[in-house]
Write a protein that binds this ligand. Sequence first.
Ligand code: PLP
Length: 467
Amino acid sequence: MLQVLLKDTISVKRGLSPITFIQFGTIRYRFHTNNRVKKTDERKLLLPLPPTYRRDRKDSHRLLSTRFTMPEISQRGFEMPASPIRKLAPLSDAAKARGTKVYHLNIGQPDLPSPRAALEAIRNIDRTTLEYSPSDGYRFYRENLTAYYRKYDIELKPEEIIVTAGGSEAVLYAFMACLNPGDEIIVPEPAYANYMAFAISAGAVIRTLPSTIESGFALPHIDDFEQLINERTKGILICNPNNPTGYVYTPQEMEQIRLLVLKYNLYLFSDEVYREFIYNDTPYISACHLKDVEEHVVLIDSVSKRYSECGIRIGALITRNRKVHDTVMKFCQARLSPPLIGQIAANASLQENGSYMQHNFDEYKSRRDFLIERLNRIPGVYSPMPQGAFYTLARLPIDDADRFCSWCLSDFSFEGQTIFMAPATGFYVTAGLGKNEVRIAYVLNKSDLEKALVVLEKALEAYPGRR
Ligand SMILES: Cc1ncc(COP(=O)(O)O)c(C=O)c1O
């Protein structure tokens, strides 16, 4: 199959300029005008083939001919991974179209209501023009944010806060401002999958260090970090509390990271969008608390999770480093403005008294306790106790999590219901890791969570690839 496809491709390609990259499995081929096929890259690329390449032998010739009449998509676009959280969505849509009830355990979309003050503020918007806001966000909002951070012992000036379109934009601009193409950042894996996508956008390279389910996904040993550091290493990226593992870094681990940052003069990108949700006694140590690395730290933040406000697209990039700040601002100026209405809602959310946060905290904690206890009662299933955020990575008695998650949506239902989980492979970069793990988000009420767990247990009993 591979050879025939290549032959067809070459015959179509003859005489055209050498622009084509085609990937088969983990190997990418480059085509030259002399029609020699050159293997260029054996790195693992976590990509499905673009649809134009996914042809069977019969019609490959015709479809490839069509493709060659079109300009090529960018190599960067080709390398962008599909979201492991959303890629099974078509199967879920099909299950729903068949009338199956799908429990969404796949996505970190909080189900709890947004603060009433935010909804009121949107209802009462008293403006005649919905204008651009300043590129770094409204000053009144940034001033109010300083009071919010002070509650966590983080002293900031409004000039050190840049309002972004979600934490997502903050990660992207942090990378764009601090990293050159080819620069490396070290990230403990499993990791929030979009870091990989943003690194590709910036041309940066993510080097990962595996953490293991057996250790509850604790920070890998510091020597392992040092082994990865080379002249291209520019930073360390942590997510604390962690998505997807729920791990919260201990003061000792944060100190180790601090020493590494100092010793090798690195940036420390710290994504702390889940700081409100730390359920154990582990104290919250922000990267902004660390001494002597103040200018190395780029903090990523968002209101999406803390106020259940994913849709208003408000986040923040925080840096005490003026050069980084001014560079990030150039990207912000190019995109003009963070969302106006989102800032109004996020600002109003800051007035929310403690009872709103307390209620959400208690709810997630009680779901976590329930979920982990129930998961570990299912034969062959293991989940460590996550200390924060609202996810867990669980190990299942299965051959392949991607296959199992797809199978649950397309081939299985129990009493008209099924489950949508995120295969953990998408959160790892190292090939083969997470093959029997899934990420489960506890963003369903307890009653639905309970039903979803019954479905999971039944699915595991019925799954042909059970181990
Ligand atoms: C760890 C982490 N960082 C950043 C984000 C980005 O969130 P948003 O762009 O909605 O602020 C998410 C979203 O799930 C996340 O889990």
